[in-house]
Design a binder for this molecule. Structure first.
Ligand SMILES: Nc1ncnc2c1ncn2[C@@H]1O[C@H](COP(=O)(O)OP(=O)(O)OP(=O)(O)O)[C@@H](O)[C@H]1O
Length: 905
């Protein structure tokens, strides 16, 4: 389709993509590019910008104007959109072939004004850091009046808008002004930007900075825990948790606290807001507190001069309208003198300032970008100020870190995020460190660690720091309970209850069984019953009514607990608040609700496309339902909920599944009647979660665990069980933490399971040694169809070993050794495999370092064997000359046209 047609056909989508953020920045950036590429002349630009035109009208006018300019202009317009829009907003749009050649070649300017026009997109990025000095230079040279000067600095403009105003004004002032600006910019290039030296800064500023640091330090030194009287110093207890970012290519990368504000994981360079998201109790507030403390001590974020910490819960109580200036000074730290000067520093050096907002999920207003507010000294309701800060309409350039539970962050906020950091709680080593820090006595710490490790369900729970804290706090109950250690969240909550009750009663009552708890609940140490029977079933109503429970984390947490309390195990505990018969009824009702809700989920699956499996993609709330069932610990309920379900594939990608969720899933899914493919890609299963999944491995025909932080140890346990599971035949482990160590387990799996079909191990750290080990297992296997090792480093030796082991295979149809450092020696060995293959094999060898002789061997092999389907060789080591060689070309041409060979040249 030609560019004009693309613009016309996608008009609505283009309009929406450019304007949906509500800010003029994307449109302005497109206009900059079009001016620079000569698609628009100055007059066009002013016509589009118009006076007081709404954003949508401006964009419509631009689309109309460029459309009338013809095919080439439309092609460049699409290229500009492609350039400006963030990836998330490009979905569903086609930008055609683009006009990349033209956009890459810069015209040679014939005047200073033209040079500024051609470089406009780059200047808009560069000048903001030097705005004041550039303005001074223009004023000094007599090119700008005071009015011009002030007109550029109006507070309603963002930083890049100020630069555009400056450039427009320079153009208006003529060639002389343009020359002065160009000269000054050349001068800037040779000297790095610097903040005023500390000694040049006023005493007021320095005193304030010190006061702010001291205030932040004293606020963050002590960990605020639930109802503790004793102070707990953050330094004594802080344990590093796991942090991850999802990059643009969907790759998950681990992150340290020092990288939180850095470039790693940036998705949208224009945005300033960094989100730290994670489930309840995963440690978001504690992480922020640590960040504050380290900044205040000058050991982290050393380039940040001022850090302003906010709590969204406290902001809720702000009823007055107030300006940003008032918000900063009244809520964080009051300047004793020089308010204006200090605030001016913040405005002048936004990149040296950081705002943090803890607990956005607790803020009573939901995020919206409908109300604009961009003036830092103008008053507005606190939610308007906060939302405009997060969007970047207000104080563009100041980095903001905001924490929230995931449910509270919708798509409207996501589009303003610079990056999203996922807090994933403690690693197994982290759990050990935390417990050791918590207990001074090493013997107690060791006992607690041992008893956590001995119970895998509890071990899973402890990766959530708040549970780790509870367990450590209630260690006496854990170690001396005599009724088995906690398995469910309900068990843990009741343990806390015992802990508090125990503090109120004399020492002789220290046998802490369930009976003890019941006795004390009945003795009514509390004036009111702990649980009101009306609230019990009420909590479960959203399930019955099919409301969107996924929106409310607190409701989810409460109803999990309620489900646990209503189970057979604990019902007796609450008999005092409700007659037994009624309780029985309520419990039955809850069970029905859960079972029905699961059925409803499955009924919503559309009928499978012919030839495809009946697949269900879990809706929000599915995992929570499973967790409620787990809390009840009654096999019959789990069985009743899933036994009759007919699905072949269950997709739970990006569902925030960690070890706790794995325990619940395995508990319920083990009752499925027919084997399924269980897809858990892009979660945080880890080795602990993988172990938790083992009880349901017998119903897994396929297990997909891409991007899940799994290491060799996890694989050891998986294979130990997997070899005995009859229907388990496919495994995908792309992008985990696997090394050569795991290949001996896979070799054993392949050797013992004669029907294993697919093994995908791409993007791990397997070398030639691992490949050789794997080959030992492959020699015995007569069933494998798919073997994926893309993005490892098996080299020639590994390729030779695999080719040799697979040469007699009658089943292999896909082998990926793409990006594995394979050279010609490996290619020659693989050519033998290609020659002998009796299957429609597809072989991926792109990109590697195969040279001409290796490629020729593969081509010869392909000519000999017509059953082989495809060989991919793009991105290997052939020079342009070799590719042009006529003999070589004729060999390739025929294979390429029959689509058997994929290579360039
Ligand atoms: N990194 C850590 N080191 C030591 N203890 C931690 C850490 N993270 C969390 N904790 C413990 O877990 C408790 C809960 O953590 P925190 O309040 O930070 O979680 P959160 O994710 O902010 O929870 P919510 O979403 O409920 O606000 C803390 O009070 C502390 O006892």
């Amino acid at each position: 389709m030609c560019a004009k047609q693309l613009v016309l056909k996608q008009r609505t989508k283009l309009l929406e993509a450019l304007c949906c953020g509500g800010t003029a920045e994307p449109l302005d950036s497109v206009l900059d590019l079009l001016l620079s590429w000569d698609v628009l002349v100055w007059e066009d630009y002013h016509n589009v910008q118009g006076l007081n035109k709404p954003l949508y009208s401006k964009t419509r006018d631009l689309l109309d104007l460029v459309y009338t300019k013809g095919e080439e202009a439309c092609s460049l317009l699409l290229a500009a959109f492609d350039h400006v829009l963030p990836e998330a907003q490009k979905a569903g749009l086609s930008f055609g072939k683009g006009n990349s050649r033209q956009t890459d070649i810069k015209k040679t300017p014939t005047s200073a004004s033209e040079a500024l026009l051609i470089d406009r997109p780059a200047l808009v990025k560069k000048i903001p850091d030097h705005l004041d000095e550039v303005l001074e230079a223009l004023k000094e040279a007599g090119c700008f009046t005071s009015q011009d000067y002030e007109g550029v600095l109006l507070q309603m403009y963002t930083r890049s808008q100020k630069v555009r105003k400056l450039l427009d004004q320079v153009r208006f002032r003529g060639e002389g002004a343009a020359k002065v600006l160009l000269q000054y910019l050349q001068h800037i290039d040779s000297k790095p930007q610097r903040v005023k030296e500390e000694k040049e800064l006023s005493t007021e500023y320095l005193l304030y900075k010190e006061k702010l640091r001291r205030s932040v330090e004293s606020q963050s030194k002590i960990l605020s825990t639930y109802g503790e009287t004793k102070s707990l110093f953050l330094d004594d207890i802080y344990t590093d948790g796991l942090l991850e970012v999802v990059q643009n290519d969907k790759k998950v990368t681990a992150l340290g606290l020092q990288d939180l504000v850095g470039l790693l994981g940036t998705l949208n360079e224009e945005a300033d807001t960094i989100l730290v998201s994670g489930e309840a109790g995963i440690g978001k507030s504690t992480l922020l507190q640590r960040l504050h403390l380290l900044w205040a001590r000058g050991t982290l974020l050393t380039d940040v001069h001022m850090l302003f910490p906010f709590s969204c819960r406290i902001l809720n109580s702000e009823k007055k309208i107030l300006s940003l200036k008032e918000l900063l000074f009244q809520h964080c730290c009051w300047p004793d003198r020089g308010q204006d000067e200090i605030f001016q520093f913040i405005l002048d050096y936004p990149h040296l300032v950081l705002f943090t907002f803890d607990g956005l999920d607790e803020f009573k207003h939901s995020f919206t970008d409908e109300e604009r507010h961009c003036c830092p000294t103008q008053q507005a309701p606190v939610h308007t100020v906060l939302f405009n800060l997060l969007q970047g309409t207000l104080m563009k350039g100041v980095k903001k870190v905001v924490t929230s539970r995931p449910q509270a962050v919708g798509p409207s906020l996501k589009r303003y995020l610079r990056k999203e950091v996922l807090a994933k709680g403690f690693s197994p080593v982290g759990i050990k460190h935390f417990v050791k820090k918590h207990h001074n006595e090493i013997t107690v710490a060791t006992q607690v660690v041992e008893s956590i490790k001995a119970n895998t369900a509890l071990f899973g729970l402890c990766h959530i720091p708040v549970f780790c804290w509870i367990i450590s706090k209630c260690y006496k109950e854990l170690l001396g309970c005599g009724e088995g250690s906690p398995q469910t969240v309900t068990d843990v909550y009741l343990m806390v209850l015992k802990h508090f009750l125990q503090k109120q009663v004399p020492q002789q009552h220290w046998t802490l069984g369930k009976g003890w708890l019941q006795e004390h609940l009945e003795l009514s140490h509390f004036k009111q019953p702990i649980v009101n029977h009306n609230c019990l079933v009420h909590c479960m109503m959203p399930v019955a009514d099919d409301c969107n429970v996924a929106d409310s984390t607190n409701l989810q947490i409460t109803s999990e607990f309620v489900a646990g309390l209503l189970s057979q195990r604990y019902r007796s505990l609450i008999e005092q608040c409700c007659p037994a018969v009624l309780l029985e009824k309520k419990s039955e009702k809850v069970m029905k609700c859960l079972s029905k809700a699961i059925q409803r989920h499955f009924k919503s699956i559309p009928p499978p496309v012919k030839g495809e499996k009946k697949s269900m993609h879990a809706m929000p709330g599915f995992v929570w339902l499973i967790k409620c069932i787990y809390e009840m610990q009654e096999n019959e309920i789990a069985k009743g909920a899933v036994a009759k379900l007919e699905i072949e594939h269950l997709k739970l990608t990006y569902c925030n599944i960690g070890p706790v969720e794995c325990t619940a899933l395995a508990y319920v899914l083990r009752y499925l009647q027919n084997p399924i493919g269980l897809e858990l890609d892009y979660n945080s299963v880890g080795d602990v979660g993988l172990e938790q999944l083992l009880p349901c491995l017998h119903i897994c025909q396929a297990l997909y665990l891409r991007n899940n932080n799994i290491s060799d140890e996890g694989i050891r346990k998986l294979v130990e069980k997997g070899v005995h599971c009859e229907c388990f035949v496919k495994l995908a482990l792309f992008n985990n933490k696997l090394t050569d160590e795991c290949t001996k387990y896979f070799a054993c799996l392949l050797q013992k399971k004669k029907d294993f079909v697919a093994l995908r191990l791409g993007n791990n750290k397997i070398t030639s040694q691992g490949a050789e080990k794997l080959a030992e297992g492959l020699r015995y296997n007569k069933s494998l169809q798919y073997l994926g090792l893309w993005g490892n480093n098996i080299g020639d030796k590994g390729a030779e070993a695999l080719a040799d082991a697979l040469k007699d295979s009658t089943t292999l149809t896909w082998l990926s050794l793409a990006d594995n450092n394979v050279g010609s020696a490996g290619a020659r060995a693989l050519a033998e495999l290609v020659k002998k293959s009796t299957t429609p094999l597809v072989l991926w060898l792109h990109p590697n370092c195969i040279e001409r002789d290796g490629v020729e061997c593969l081509i010869e092999a392909l000519k000999v064997n017509s059953t082989v389907k495809e060989v991919w060789l793009r991105g290997n080591n052939l020079s342009a000359e070799e590719r042009r060689d006529s003999h070589f070309k004729s060999g390739v041409r025929q294979l390429k046209s029959s689509k058997k060979l994929w290579m360039r040249g």
